[in-house]
Design a protein around this ligand. Structure first.
Ligand code: ADP
Ligand code: AMP
Length: 213
């Protein structure tokens, strides 16, 4: 099954991706996680991307498309995958469509997690992430079992450098101007489903499971 999670930064894509990995046994492909790993490794691509990420801007399409091409070619993607945070622009969506066509596969479903802007700031500033596995928690709404420790791999949780109230403004702006048009793009292709992302984490999970079956 090839799935894409769609929604604003902080809508809950990463959180829900973890449940889908457990249920379907397919990998999560988060371009944000891949970029953060490249920054940590100090690669040229990482250093280049960091400038955009720190300002809450989108990384250029050519970089992102290159990342996805390499990632989808890996063997663990053969049975399917969960796209998280990609595509984020129409050119990225078109490149993905072409790539998948070449691979003889297609997107089975896009799940839009609908969360209004006014809830996003609180979600992002209270987010704590695992630097090892990328799992996402929230100090108030989705706390880990042991404070400050990742439920999945036991690593110490950290706050992302770009998870500030200031950066949220430009990230939401990038979302509305560059990413939101993808809603119509995927609706036209009859693969779009919407869920109310303001519900509790477990209710959102159930709603997604109902759609995917
Ligand atoms: P995204 O991957 O879309 O950027 P995350 O999954 O990292 O978003 O979620 C953003 C923040 O909101 C995290 O701190 C997460 O724990 C929290 N969160 C996710 N889903 C919900 C929800 N349904 N209700 C409240 N908080 C949530
Ligand atoms: P995320 O982890 O999805 O919140 O992404 C963090 C940051 O990485 C974004 O604010 C962008 O700067 C960059 N990024 C991640 N995915 C993409 C993408 N598909 N296109 C462009 N930039 C991206």
């Amino acid at each position: 099954m090839n799935i894409m999670l769609f929604g604003a930064p902080g809508a809950g894509k990463g959180t829900q991706a973890k449940f889908l990995i457990e249920k379907y046994g397919i990998p999560q492909i988060s371009t944000g996680d891949i970029l953060r790993a490249a920054i940590k490794a100090g690669t040229n691509m990482g250093l280049e991307a960091k400038r955009f990420m720190d300002e809450g801007k989108l990384v250029p399409d050519s970089t992102i498309i290159g990342i996805i091409k390499d990632r989808l070619a890996e063997s663990d993607c053969k049975e399917g995958f969960i796209l998280d945070g990609f595509p984020r622009t129409i050119p990225q969506a078109e490149a993905l469509e072409l790539l998948m066509k070449e691979m003889g596969i297609s997107l089975d479903r896009v799940i839009s997690l609908n969360v209004p802007d006014e809830l996003i700031v609180g979600r992002i500033t209270g987010r704590r992430v695992c630097p090892k596995c990328g799992a996402s928690f929230h100090m108030e709404f989705n706390s880990p079992k042991v404070e400050g420790i990742c439920d999945y791999c036991g690593d110490k949780l950290v706050q992302r450098k770009d998870d500030t109230a200031e950066t949220v403004v430009s990230r939401l702006d990038a979302y509305h101007t560059q990413t939101a048009p993808l809603f119509d793009f995927y609706t036209e292709r009859n693969v779009m489903s919407e869920v109310d992302g303001t519900k509790d984490v477990s209710d959102v999970k159930e709603d997604i499971f109902k759609i995917l079956g």
